[in-house]
Design a protein around this ligand. Structure first.
Ligand code: TYD
Ligand code: MG
Length: 468
């Protein structure tokens, strides 16, 4: 007979310890360890067998017939873009996001869209009563969609219900933290419960071919609360992001076994739910402050799609011993590098200035191609010289001060031309093929210094060097 072992599991990251301790060594949080039964017998009763008595199964080849179309497209094209072309049968997707960002709204809309396409969709809410979900659906004008609804938290009951009759195509579980299973002894909401519940739902998805979407809460530091292990167990992890002051919401694939991870879906929260934004550039440029110094339009690429976004900089004399460097939506170390290159190779002195950099609209940029736009915005702010309103910028800055060409220049230029821009500032292509100009005037620079001189010529040249 096996002795029941107890272990202490961190409720933040899921690390297990044999003894209690105040601080979790894995994630560094204090007071997060709770006693739980270690040998969580997931699914005991149904499939538990004595060790060494396995059943032999037939192995299969990689090629083989797939009976049905493996993907199920919803009518929400921005959602389909992020999933990689639709929901994959038998897959499990974890959707994380801050409270109130719109996860439940998004998933009600997805379920309704699919149900209207004559697919059986079930929405299980562990947080809201049926009446509340109905109220929301009414507000979204989706009340007529044949989505089946329940307010339940017991995973066993949910799986038993779903296994009856025609198998559903989509099951939304809102949220995984509210689910519990009687197969483990811990209290609902603990790591062990969440992990065991997720495991059972994943097994149900694989067995039935239904796509299961789990909603996950996010902690204040941006991680999906509770066990990171759930992230490893599911097929795709998506985060739904947005900024409080903005109506834009961005769905981003963090992990995807069936598609790319760099695609974003852009939505706008309106009084009637989430509206798809099929041309994000227009949205991100809609509140442009034309004619003021310190803003540059960056022609970026998000996944397969070009996105134009405004980069705003403010450079102001500091009153502190150590000047502030603050950045929203871009990489802090990338900003430090661009500042260092401006100082070392372009004669721009920023040592006695605070620097604030902001990507408009709540977008987060990961591309090094934004270097040039950031540098242009910084120099423009310092010189008090507005950049031409009809110009876009892209290019990578190297430590030597040289500008390096970036991938997909033609797509960036085409998007800029489509939105009415007339000029593009970009790296000299060197030996590479010159980008097709798409009707734009190209200002190609071999190094950052020549671009800085260009901007300074428009503004107060002395302000740039006053600190030198
Ligand atoms: P919700 O989907 O409940 O967020 P989550 O499930 O991520 O916690 O969204 C709640 C917010 O969305 C709430 O603050 C109000 C806003 N909202 C709208 O602006 N318009 C709408 O049509 C709906 C349904 C919600
Ligand atoms: Mg919710």
């Amino acid at each position: 007979m096996s002795r029941k072992t107890l272990s202490f599991v961190c409720q933040n990251c899921g690390a297990a310890y044999s003894r209690w301790q105040g601080k979790c060594e894995s994630c560094g949080e204090w007071n997060t360890l709770a006693e739980e039964s270690a040998d969580a017998p997931v699914g005991k009763g149904s499939g538990a067998r004595a060790p060494g008595r396995g059943r032999a199964f037939t192995l299969q080849s990689l090629s083989g017939s797939i009976e049905e179309a493996p993907r199920l497209a919803t009518a929400l094209s921005e959602f389909d873009r992020v999933t990689g072309g639709g929901l994959v049968r038998g897959s499990v997707i974890l959707v994380g996001g801050d409270p109130g960002i719109g996860k439940s709204t998004l998933l009600v809309q997805v379920a309704a869209a699919l149900a209207r396409r004559k697919q059986r969709c079930v929405y299980i809410s562990g947080e809201e009563a049926v009446a509340q979900v109905r109220l929301r659906a009414e507000r979204l004008a989706l009340a007529d969609a044949p989505v089946e609804l329940a307010s339940e938290t017991s995973v066993e009951d949910i799986i038993a219900t779903l296994s009856q009759g025609e198998l559903p195509r989509l099951v939304v579980i809102d949220s995984i933290q509210t689910m519990w299973t009687s197969s483990v002894e811990s209290a609902p909401g603990t790591v062990t419960q969440v992990r065991a519940s997720a495991q059972m739902l994943i097994r149900f998805a694989k067995r039935s071919g239904a796509c299961v979407i789990l909603v996950g809460h996010v902690t204040k530091d941006g991680q999906i609360a509770g066990p990171r292990v759930v992230e490893h167990m599911v097929d795709a992890v998506m985060s739904f992001e947005g900024e409080g002051s903005h109506q834009f919401r961005i769905l981003r694939a963090v992990k995807n076994r069936f598609g790319p991870t760099d695609e974003i879906g852009v939505f706008e929260m309106t009084g009637l739910g989430l509206r798809e934004v099929t041309n994000p550039s227009e949205l991100f440029l809609s509140e442009r402050d034309l004619g003021s110094p310190g803003t540059a339009v960056f022609a970026g690429i998000e996944g397969t799609r070009p996105v134009l976004v405004e980069i705003q900089a403010l450079v102001a004399p500091t009153s502190l011993g150590t000047p502030r460097r603050s950045v929203v939506g871009w990489d802090q170390s990338r900003l430090s590098m661009v500042i260092a290159v401006l100082e070392a190779h372009c004669g721009v002195r920023l040592g006695t200035h605070d620097v604030y950099l902001n990507v408009a609209g709540g977008l987060r940029i990961n591309e090094p191609a934004a270097d040039l736009a950031a540098a242009a915005a910084l120099v423009s702010s310092l010189a008090g010289a507005p950049l031409p309103a009809d110009a876009v910028y892209f290019g990578e800055v190297s430590l030597s001060g040289a500008l390096r060409p970036v991938a997909q220049s033609p797509a960036r230029l085409k998007e800029a031309a489509k939105l009415g821009f007339q000029r593009a500032f970009l790296p000299d292509p060197g030996r590479a093929d010159a980008p097709s100009d798409a009707g734009l005037t190209l200002s190609q620079h071999g190094n950052l210094a020549s671009l800085v001189a260009d901007i300074a010529a428009r503004g107060n040249h002395n302000r740039l060097r006053r600190e030198a």
